[in-house]
Ligand binder design. Structure first.
Ligand code: NAD
Length: 361
């Protein structure tokens, strides 16, 4: 399996190096024969090639078995016509990675003020309030006069159906509970359709318990009682905001792993941004990208029917939990290590027989 690694900006290179070292260790331990191929993206690419995503990179990525994208400084990239494309948008849209799976769970030994929970936010990834995804050409934010802006949101039945199916399928493999998050009381037509399509789709999964909540109320419910949720499906922007919250509730935004999934390709990507406030200081938590990488392995294993990848993914998750439980992690999760040392601790646990036994269970 050849995996392309694009480290990105800010803390991206630090956490991408950490995730790569864990992946190499898992590959060695489980004979996965994974080959990592690194390319520049974001500011590094802009400097070198005059574009945040250089010509030809998409073809290189397409021909690989998966992609690991580090966070990029999207706020800096303003003018697409000058090569300043948002790499995250670019790969999600070009590869039609419509489902963004963002799991959050608490861990033994890690302070949690909101009780034990384990949930997944399933976020639509290709339209919605993200104006840069909605049009064939250009952007759906319009400057009408210097003082008037119109931002258009696109919602399509097709995208609602496919994200609803992705969420239902995931819920069927978990605790069989789906919560639809929306704002259909105000966005009556767009979120009205999203809600209706999600309910209709869930009807084909009779064993699922289905409920729905308004997105504003959801912010209170998920803080008050996160353990009442299993799989949560939401449109693009609501899912993005909600999943940063659930990652932080689990202990830190630095635990927010995610996988962007399409019909034939998947991209591992942390839920958070490039964190310029802590970049270059060896203090960023690499676990978000390490867990994202585990999700990528599990996806690949399921797709090609090779159990070794799923075993390796579980072993990485177990090693991450063990590292945090023993305090061998970054400060945001109560540990005393830097980014690189956290990755090294996870590698050492991964290589020990205890983690292997736990993964095999
Ligand atoms: P951010 O998500 O980068 O950071 C928010 C806060 O969380 C900061 O205090 C940061 O230090 C902390 N944090 C984030 N990741 C962490 C980690 N792994 N370990 C420990 N702490 C961590 O949000 P921001 O600062 O608003 O955005 C910075 C840049 O990232 C902006 O240019 C933004 O547009 C971009 N961004 C990119 C992506 C992406 O590439 N997918 C996503 C969101 C934001």
């Amino acid at each position: 399996m050849r995996i392309v690694v694009l480290p990105g900006d800010g803390i991206g290179p630090e956490i991408a190096a950490a995730a790569s070292s864990v992946l190499r260790a898992a590959s060695g331990r489980y004979q996965l024969n994974i080959e990592l191929e690194e390319h520049a993206v974001g500011h590094a690419s802009l400097q070198q090639f005059g574009a945040t995503v250089r010509p030809g990179l998409l073809e290189i990525v397409r021909s690989a078995g998966g992609l690991i994208l580090g966070p990029t400084a999207t706020a800096d990239f303003k003018d697409e016509s000058s090569g300043e494309v948002n790499p995250s948008k670019y790969f999600r849209k070009s590869l039609d990675l419509f489902a963004n799976l963002r799991p959050s769970r608490t861990y033994p030994g890690l302070r949690n003020r909101f009780g034990v929970f384990d949930l997944v936010v399933v976020r639509e990834n290709t339209e919605g309030f993200y104006a840069d995804r909605n049009m064939e050409k250009g952007n759906s934010e319009l400057l009408v006069t210097p003082d008037v802006v119109i931002s258009l949101r696109r919602i399509t039945r097709h995208c609602c159906e496919r994200i609803a199916h992705a969420a239902c399928r995931l819920a069927m493999n978990r605790r069989k509970h789906l919560t639809i998050v929306h704002k259909a009381n105000v966005l009556k037509i767009g979120d009205g359709m999203f809600l209706e399509v999600c309910r209709e789709t869930a009807g084909a999964y009779p064993l699922l318990a289905v409920d729905d909540l308004l997105v504003d109320a959801m912010m209170a419910h998920v803080v008050r009682q996160p353990d009442r949720f299993d799989v949560i499906v939401a449109t693009n922007m609501f899912g993005d905001i909600l999943s940063d919250l659930t990652a932080e509730l689990s202990g830190s935004l630095g635990l927010g792993g995610s996988l962007n999934v399409g019909a034939n390709f998947a991209m591992a990507q942390a839920a958070h941004g490039s964190a310029p406030d802590i970049a270059g200081r060896d203090i960023a938590n690499p676990i978000s990208l390490i867990l994202s990488t585990a999700l990528l392995l599990a996806w690949h294993g399921e797709r090609c029917g090779d159990a070794r990848y799923e075993t390796a993914a579980r072993a990485i998750e177990n090693a991450v939990a063990a590292a945090m439980q023993s305090g061998r992690a970054t400060r945001d999760v109560g540990g005393g290590l830097g980014t690189a040392a956290t990755a090294q601790a996870i590698v050492e646990i991964l290589q020990s027989d205890k983690a292997i036994a736990a993964a095999a269970r």
